[in-house]
Design a protein. Structure first.
Length: 161
């Protein structure tokens, strides 16, 4: 069914964007709403078993949701250069793109985990309760940053990222 959007009719697009905070132990997963304007935490999945196995777990965590794009956090160094963690994130992103059959873009995730930990502490979550959700909270912060930077559907050319 068509929808009215900014004065123009277009086909309804119900696909979502997934945000990923890749880590060595856990992978945080967040997902956008159908309008691609708000990010929500989804799940934290174990990273064990290699990139292909971890990507399969993320695909399972997404269930039946229609995904149009994956935004994978790129852990750049504070000077903006890429190190071993960024190389691992790119390898995981490639496996995830194959598993989900979608395009993958990489987004600067510097300090998202720090921001997530601070936010959870302020909400009173500490210790094990905090560790359970910090990765998905970081993925949510990462994805929301991407969505905010691309409001109005002006999605950047992935080759420019």
């Amino acid at each position: 069914m068509p929808t009215l959007r900014r004065g123009r009719w277009r086909a309804a697009d119900v696909s979502r964007i997934v945000g990923i905070d890749p880590g060595q132990a856990r992978i945080g997963v967040a997902i956008s709403d159908e309008e691609r304007s708000i990010a929500f935490p989804r799940e934290t999945v174990p990273a064990r078993g290699g990139t292909t196995e971890a990507a399969r777990r993320v695909r399972e965590a997404l269930g039946e949701d229609e995904i149009s794009l994956a935004v994978v956090g790129l852990p750049l160094r504070l000077d903006g250069s890429e190190g071993e963690a960024a190389r691992r994130a790119r390898a995981f992103g490639e496996a995830l793109g194959r598993a989900l059959e979608v395009e993958v873009v990489y987004w600067d995730e510097r300090l998202t985990t720090v921001a997530a930990e601070r936010s959870l502490r302020e909400m009173g979550r500490r210790g094990a309760k905090q560790r359970e959700v910090v990765d998905q909270s970081a993925a949510t912060i990462l994805l929301q940053g991407y969505l905010d930077a691309n409001k109005g559907g002006k999605w950047p050319d992935p080759d420019s990222l």
